[in-house]
Design a protein around this ligand. Structure first.
Ligand code: NAP
Length: 482
């Protein structure tokens, strides 16, 4: 099955930071793949902008190289690559100065969709917004795209929002959380709101608890400087995991439209109980044959967490009494992201000796292979009494939808949504701020606490205290497979 595509209008997409890692590794390869899918209309143009002085031809050459590195060979021919790079232009702009802006103005057309992707350090977001306005480029229909980190705490997030909204309306601002562009995350909404089966059970009466896991097998190698100022809570929980929590817990929106969906997500964040430090576990991986966390960062006494586990309560009618357990960490056994919805056991088992111990579970897997699994209990085949066993009803998309179905990268979806003007999968400013307000309270408690993060072995499932966090509630984490 080949993915159906919705055409988009001609556009000028300006990428600030066009020579950087994100542009080369994600944004431009995504645009190339969308072009291959027939979604880049005639007249679509990408204009790279960065400090480096180089000609259009030199920039096109560097993008050809980026495609060779980041797009599989089977998806490229000399002709398709040429056709793509022919759409690309380049302007040297140091965004902190005045040079280059006039040239950029001269390249933009008045009658096509105009978007500015700020693939630069967040400290430059405000400056670029300001310069775009001064140059007359921040037209009412233009769009601006920014990405994490969207602040370091509530105050800095508010400051950033104020800088952006000084020149752009909220309807023009696209805050990317690339988890929202993942096919499975959107499928979570389809699963909940396009099937009659789950929604009646989707509440505290039937769901025992929810586990959200984002496990990484890599450490902080090379990013120690950045990471040590951030930690797992800021880097993963405040944004990606919070978004997964919201989509799992939110009420059905009235419509699949940006503000309907975002209003419901915001209500979830606002319904989160303040989190108490006793319901949290922080960890730091130790060295064990390889360098530990502290050897990658400057501060040898750093208390920054490379792992966090939280027990979170949502105080509303739907979820009162059903905890959401969240965990994320580096240097764990494998790379795994999933949402596991664990249902309550049957109210009365008629099979006393072989009762259904684990219960039904719905697993929504984001990585490594996107898919959905429903864990069911059936009778073990064969004679010899009534033995029960658990079987997965598996819908790994690649298997279920056939080889031809190609799961697009999150950025493919999100960049095209910017051009389409669809903000449904982007975070609104008030959502980001509400998430920071909740996160800040815990970070402050940790700051005041004399305790250090518990150290844990690389290649495992995290600190022992994280296991205890669930054990004390009579539950256990799902395995992180090896
Ligand atoms: P990067 O590799 O360091 O690239 C930075 C880019 O910014 C370069 O193109 C650089 O241009 C340009 N730049 C720096 N100062 C400039 C100035 N004064 N005027 C104009 N251009 C300037 O960074 P990155 O990894 O691509 O990340 C970009 C942003 O995306 C950051 O906010 C990052 O946090 C965020 N992000 C990145 C990733 C990722 O996977 N890389 C993932 C999520 C979020 P020159 O090379 O010409 O100096």
């Amino acid at each position: 099955m080949v993915a159906r595509t919705i055409p988009v209008d001609p556009f000028d997409l300006v990428i600030f930071g066009a020579t950087g890692d994100l542009a080369r590794r994600k944004i431009l390869p995504s645009l190339y793949r969308r072009r291959q899918a027939g979604q880049m209309p005639e007249g679509a143009r990408v204009i790279g902008a960065a400090r480096s002085k180089m000609t259009r031809t030199a920039y096109q050459k560097s993008i050809r190289e980026a495609l060779e590195e980041f797009v599989p060979e089977a998806e490229r021919t000399a002709a398709t690559v040429k056709a793509f790079v022919d759409c690309i232009d380049y302007v040297a702009v140091d965004v902190t100065g005045d040079g280059g802006w006039q040239e950029l103005c001269g390249k933009l057309r008045p009658d096509v969709v105009r978007a500015f992707y700020l693939s630069v350090a967040p400290s430059l977001f405000g400056t670029i917004a300001e310069k775009l306005a001064e140059s007359g480029l921040a037209t009412p229909d233009s769009r601006i795209v920014v990405e994490k980190p969207l602040g370091h705490d509530l105050a800095s997030a508010q400051e950033l929002n104020a800088k952006l909204t000084r020149h752009f309306d909220e309807q023009q601002i696209y805050r990317i959380d690339h988890y929202l562009g993942k096919e499975t995350v959107q499928n979570l909404m389809a699963l909940r709101f396009a099937n009659a089966l789950f929604e009646p059970l989707w509440n505290a009466q039937h769901i025992d608890h929810v586990q959200i896991t984002v496990a990484e097998s890599i450490g902080v190698e090379g990013r120690g400087g950045y990471y040590d100022k951030s930690g797992a809570m800021r880097d993963m929980v405040q944004n990606h995991i919070m978004q997964l929590l919201c989509l799992t817990a939110m009420e059905p929106p009235a419509r699949f439209e940006p503000d309907s969906v975002r209003d419901e997500k915001l209500k979830v964040i606002r319904a989160l109980d303040p989190i108490h430090v006793d319901d949290t576990v922080r960890g730091q991986y130790r060295g064990n044959g390889s360098a530990g966390y502290l050897e990658h960062v400057e501060n040898p006494d750093s208390k920054t967490e490379s792992y966090v586990a939280l027990k979170v309560q949502i105080s509303n009618w739907r979820w009162a009494g059903t905890p959401f357990y969240l965990r994320t960490g580096k240097k764990l056994r494998s790379r795994l992201s999933e949402i596991a919805v664990i249902f309550k056991e049957v109210p009365h088992s008629i099979f006393p000796e072989v009762s259904n111990r684990k219960g039904n579970a719905l697993i929504i897997r984001l990585q490594p292979d996107e898919g959905i699994t429903l864990r069911m209990t059936i009778k073990d085949p064969g004679p010899g009494g009534m033995r029960l066993r658990e079987v997965p009803l598996d819908m790994t998309f690649a298997d279920a939808l056939g080889d031809e179905f190609d799961i697009p990268d999150a950025y493919e979806r999100l960049v095209m949504d910017v051009i389409r003007g669809n903000q449904t999968l982007f975070m609104r400013g008030d959502e980001v701020e509400a998430a920071w307000a909740w996160t800040d309270a815990l970070l402050a408690e940790w700051q005041d606490s004399p305790d250090r993060p518990q150290s844990y072995d690389p290649g495992g499932s995290g600190p022992d205290d994280a296991l205890a966090l669930l054990h004390r509630d009579g539950r256990r984490w799902r395995d992180i497979p090896g």
